[in-house]
Design a protein around this ligand. Structure first.
Ligand SMILES: Cc1cc2nc3c(=O)[nH]c(=O)nc-3n(C[C@H](O)[C@H](O)[C@H](O)COP(=O)(O)OP(=O)(O)OC[C@H]3O[C@@H](n4cnc5c(N)ncnc54)[C@H](O)[C@@H]3O)c2cc1C
Length: 689
């Protein structure tokens, strides 16, 4: 085959050459095309160097041959990537072309993948003749109140895995928050027949609720459906709320919607193990007029706050609104200077400075007032002093007022009445102050949910006012051994050594001589370390403590000496904070404990052991504090055991990264990322629904 010698010329400058007369008509035509192509192409320096182009990513190149197909091959080079010479000469253009081509290929591949995925996802699937146990449709009545007992679930017969699971021990979880979800995530997949009961169908990422109140993030980016979370353990979700319990018959009384959600009815859910993770409610501290306040605990709370804030801004922008009314509408009062109140105030101040100033009449920005009312002498008083002071300075810069040492006396429809005490004048009478308010947030600590209150009423030895007391294995005190557990905000780990003094004394005064010798004392400390891990932190070396309290140096401790020691310790011991961190660690702990029990189930059954005490095979719960974080308006603070870090944008990005990584799914991570980018580019969504 004749191969034409093709000229080597700079691109774009090559004039058309006369065609050799010895070539056939077809060869001549090819050469004309070749030559034309060369004159217009910017991607090659020489066809004679075509072999070098074969390094292209996309189109394999061959030396041109004179054949019937060669013309189309040569033409196709117009879409290939540049040659080495061209790359060397025009590196930027070459890179741009490569980028362009790679992007096109990327888009084609992604679009193709989506289309292929969709073709399978949207394929029609018919499910016929799903087996269903008649008892699941018409449960038998029973229990003390003769209510339907939900022993069988609608999907128990659905497939072989579910059929096998219905005979596994029933693990019922009350709540779908931090503790419950951490428990679900650490349970082995098919070890328990799990039922999760919660009135809300989703898990909510509470630390970012303040951001959702002003549209920095969308509520949907903070929630994950419980059904998706429970699918891993092939569990069941029941939309309802726990109301009462019969611990003798192991029946949980649950209120579920009926008549299409118009009314409610009660039924029993049987359990072998019950985990109470129903969180807490807001503490009203007996203050009058809280019906005029908003609270921030749930996603609907955040949505209601967002509506109210936007409504106030729009009403204040109306020409028909009087100046006095405008001032009131634009006064936002936050009762509570803890992390939730502070973060909400920071988000609100950010919104006022960034979006309201830009899109609302400037008059509004002048008149907006955000006030934080705090009963102590600093905001964020559970953090280090350095952090509190940093936050206060930051708030002063962002025009957020802080009223310290102030207690709310009453909330009225248009104002908040405070009594303020001067800490220097301890005997002085508190002064009274009124702040007019168009919006009031009540965020002042936690109280028991109605179900937790009911449980505490039923048990004889529960004395705590804010939560149900559990031991160091998270077992509810006074409930039948190994059946009822509680965690998170709903629970508090029992630390009251003084209350248990007589019991401990009886147990460890082995020779009953009315004193503890050193050996008896050692046995008692070993027990305390295991069962009261919070208190045992305050024990020094066993020998040193013994010597310190053995006042008469007779190598024996009397009851009074031990009582003095326990009293001193009780003053120092604080219970775990009501945080997501504690709830999640407790959920994980219980998940680990139940997994271990499930692994040993067969051995226990073979040996005829039914009720194995948890302390026989598992360790008590211990909390590892990973530090506290708070957002304080385009900056964040971090506090860890005396080490504190406060800063501007960098700290804020660190704060965001931590919350981003803590998300329960990739879906919410993506949504959250988009929300932050969206706010950065377009600002917050200022519409009111
Ligand atoms: C605005 C805000 C910001 C916060 N920020 C942080 C933070 O930055 N860091 C941090 O560590 N902690 C933070 N917290 C605290 C943290 O959210 C709680 O400590 C944590 O949610 C407690 O977890 P939980 O599992 O005990 O309860 P929750 O997460 O509150 O879950 C309780 C669940 O129980 C359900 N439930 C309630 N009653 C019943 C019933 N009768 N029957 C069945 N289900 C019921 C609820 O619907 C809910 O699903 C914040 C809290 C709020 C409100």
């Amino acid at each position: 085959m004749i191969r034409p010698r093709l000229p080597v010329r700079p691109i774009g400058l090559t004039p058309l050459r006369p065609i050799k007369s010895s070539l056939s008509a077809e060869q001549q035509l090819t050469l004309i095309r070749q030559s034309r192509f060369k004159t217009t192409s910017t991607s090659r320096s020489s066809i004679g160097k075509q072999s070098s182009i074969s390094s292209s990513f996309f189109i394999p190149h061959h030396r041109p041959t004179i054949s019937s197909s060669s013309s189309s091959k040569i033409l196709s080079r117009g879409f290939s990537i540049p040659s080495k010479n061209f790359n060397a000469k025009y590196p930027v253009i070459s890179i741009l072309i490569r980028l362009g081509l790679s992007s096109i290929l990327g888009i084609v591949v992604i679009t193709g993948s989506i289309l292929i995925h969709d073709a399978f996802t949207y394929s029609e699937r018919h499910v016929d003749r799903v087996p269903c146990n008649p008892l699941s449709l018409k449960p038998r009545l029973g229990g003390k109140k003769n209510l339907p007992i939900l022993e069988v679930n609608l999907d128990d017969e659905e497939d072989d895995v579910k059929k096998a699971m219905k005979d596994k021990p029933r693990l019922v979880v009350i709540g779908g928050g931090w503790g419950a979800v951490a428990l679900l995530q650490s349970l082995p997949p098919h070890a328990y027949n799990v039922t999760l009961i919660s009135p809300q169908t989703y898990f909510a990422f509470t630390p970012l609720l303040p951001s959702a109140c002003v549209g920095t993030v969308e509520p949907r980016s903070l929630v994950e459906p419980l059904r998706k979370l429970i699918a891993r353990v092939r569990g069941h979700y029941l939309m309802g709320s726990a109301e009462d319990i019969d611990m003798a018959e192991r029946l949980l009384e649950v209120e579920v919607p009926k008549d299409g959600g118009e009314g409610t009815m009660r039924c029993y859910v049987p359990y072998d193990k019950l985990v109470i993770a129903c969180g807490s409610t807001t503490n009203n501290h007996g203050v009058k007029g809280l019906e005029h306040c908003y609270q921030l605990k749930t996603v609907p709370d955040a949505q209601a706050i967002r509506r109210k804030v936007m409504a106030n801004l729009e009403l204040a922008s109306l020409p028909t609104t009087t100046p006095e009314e405008r001032k009131r509408l634009l006064s936002f009062v936050i009762c509570g200077g803890g992390p939730t109140g502070v973060e909400f105030a920071a988000e609100l101040a950010d919104m006022m400075a960034e979006d309201v100033l830009k899109y609302f009449p400037k008059l509004l920005s002048n008149e907006v007032k955000v006030t934080v009312v705090q009963s102590r002498d600093h905001i964020l008083n559970t953090y280090s002093e350095k952090i509190s002071q940093y936050a206060e300075k930051r708030f002063a810069r962002n025009d957020v007022d802080i009223v310290i040492n102030a207690r709310v006396q009453e909330v009225m429809p248009d104002k908040v009445v405070l009594s303020i005490k001067d800490p220097k004048d301890k005997d002085g009478k508190p002064s009274s102050k009124e702040i007019e308010a168009g919006f009031v947030l009540w965020s002042t600590g936690i109280a028991m949910q109605p179900f937790t209150k009911r449980l505490v009423e039923l048990l004889p030895n529960q004395y705590h006012s804010k939560a149900v007391e559990v031991d160091s294995f998270l077992r509810v005190q006074g409930a039948p051994q190994g059946t009822v557990y509680a965690l998170g905000d709903a629970a508090t780990v029992h630390t009251n050594l003084i209350g248990d003094l007589y019991e401990l004394w009886d147990r460890f005064d082995a020779n009953k001589d009315g004193t503890l010798d050193y050996d008896e004392w050692q046995a008692m400390v070993k027990h305390i370390r295991k069962h009261y891990p919070l208190a045992s932190k305050y024990f020094g070396k066993i020998r040193d403590v013994f010597d310190e309290f053995d006042k008469d140096k007779d190598e024996k401790l009397t009851l009074n000496e031990v009582a003095a020691m326990f009293l001193g310790m009780s003053k120092k011991v604080t219970s775990y904070p009501a945080t997501a961190q504690v709830a999640a660690q407790q959920g994980k702990y219980l998940g680990g404990m139940f997994s271990k029990l499930a692994h040993q189930r067969k051995t226990l059954e073979v040996n005829g052991i039914k009720d194995l005490s948890d302390d026989a095979y598992y360790h008590p719960f211990e909390y590892f504090h990973l530090g506290s974080l708070a957002y304080i308006g385009n900056s964040a603070v971090f506090d860890y055991d005396g080490f504190s870090l406060a800063g501007g944008l960098l700290a804020m990005y660190a704060w965001r990264s931590i919350y981003w990584s803590e998300q329960t799914s990739m879906r919410t991570r993506m949504l959250l990322m988009l929300d932050w980018v969206k706010r950065g580019i377009f600002g917050r969504d200022l519409s009111k629904f």
